[in-house]
Design a protein around this ligand. Structure first.
Ligand code: KG4
Ligand code: ZN
Length: 338
């Protein structure tokens, strides 16, 4: 630990965020301005409105991240910014802000993969009084967000071996689409979780696509099965049992994610499992992952599961510590694979 202070900026989707961390673990500030109220009327993220909102919000968010950390730019060691994957127009706003800060301060600038950020959120200290409990290698990483469902093997820092990913919808995307089928509000994940808490997870026996012999996922068949049930109720003129359907859908997603993560950990001799990304906020998934004592499962606290800049600073720190930095002519990479 060298007392490295990094300011990070994140604008890959619909949250404008900035944070300052020490050594990628200790939070000095973590500011997130969400655009949920703006996009709720469209039932999803409206890309052009997202970038224009980032333009309005990015400077105040960065300024308050520095103010809350009681630091000025010249007291920092580096800047980190999400380079991709994400919405191009949104990424560009954060990237240009970060380049301007780098140009004005002379600080090194580090482009970070958003998924790498989600992963490194597991290294952030939960709070000041709780000692850090960093995951150990080799580990199995499950990143489940709105755009990705990746199962990976990590043998060391910044080394990712992709074991499997989704063949169709990402886990979070499935939550969002099924929420829409059930007429639940955006963002779908939290809405499904809320409805599921009042429902019976065994009311419907929805399919679990196990895709034996591969580490891949598939959630589109599950989504279609929910659609078929919804239509059946509508055709009979009956009210759709939204809570039971939400609970049964969530149980099907959780079963597959947990089974695959545990099987991979077993097979690759990994004692530690990291689960991160928006879907890792799901209470059903968190419960299923921690109801055993074979593996040490690291799930970030809720505020670091969904998009934030603290995770970008955490990943940026690892890249900085390993000698990486980027040039000021770097482009954003909207479909950057990890
Ligand atoms: O990581 P994230 O904030 O943004 C991306 O990088 O995509 O993930 C957003 C996704 C959305 O699909 C959202 O519905 C889902 O995470 N999500 C949840 C929950 N909270 C957010 N899914 C299930 N349960 C939740 N509690
Ligand atoms: Zn994300």
């Amino acid at each position: 630990n060298q007392n490295i202070r990094i300011l990070a900026v994140e604008t890959s989707c619909d949250e404008t965020a900035a944070a300052v961390l020490v050594d990628g673990t200790q939070i000095l500030s973590n500011v997130v301005a969400t655009q949920i109220d703006l996009h709720i009327q469209f039932g999803g993220v409206f890309p052009e409105m997202a970038s224009r909102q980032h333009i309005l919000t990015i400077y105040p968010v960065v300024e308050s991240a520095l103010n809350q950390a009681h630091l000025s730019l010249d007291e920092l060691d580096a800047l980190a910014v999400t380079r991709g994957p994400g919405l191009a127009g949104s990424l560009v706003v954060g990237m240009n802000m970060a380049k301007a800060l780098a140009l004005g301060s002379g600080l090194p600038l580090i482009g970070v993969n958003h998924l790498e950020g989600h992963l490194y959120s597991a290294w952030i200290q939960v709070d000041k009084d709780t000692p850090a409990n960093p995951p150990d290698f080799p580990l199995i990483a499950l990143i489940v967000s709105g755009g990705h469902s990746n199962l990976m093997l990590m043998k060391d820092h910044l080394q990712y071996e992709l074991l499997g990913s989704t063949l169709d919808d990402a886990a979070g995307e499935a939550f969002d689409k099924v929420a829409r089928l059930l007429s639940l509000p955006y963002p779908g994940g939290p809405s499904i979780q809320k409805a599921a808490e009042k429902g019976n997870p065994t009311a419907f026996n929805f399919p679990r696509a196990r895709l034996e012999g591969t580490w891949n996922f598939s959630f589109s068949g599950l989504k279609t099965a929910v659609l078929r049930e919804v239509r059946a109720f509508q055709e009979m003129g009956k009210t759709v049992p939204v809570e039971d359907m939400a609970a049964s859908f969530q149980a099907a997603v959780v079963d597959v994610l947990v089974e695959k993560a545990f099987m991979a950990a077993e097979q690759y001799g990994a004692h530690h499992i990291v689960v991160a990304g928006g879907v890792s906020a799901n209470s059903g998934l968190r419960k299923a992952l921690t109801e055993q004592n074979r593996f040490e499962v690291h799930i970030p606290p809720l505020k670091f599961c969904t998009d934030n800049a603290a995770m970008i600073a955490a990943a940026g720190y690892q890249r900085y510590a390993h000698g990486f930095s980027d040039k000021l002519d770097m482009d954003v990479l909207p479909s950057w694979a990890l």
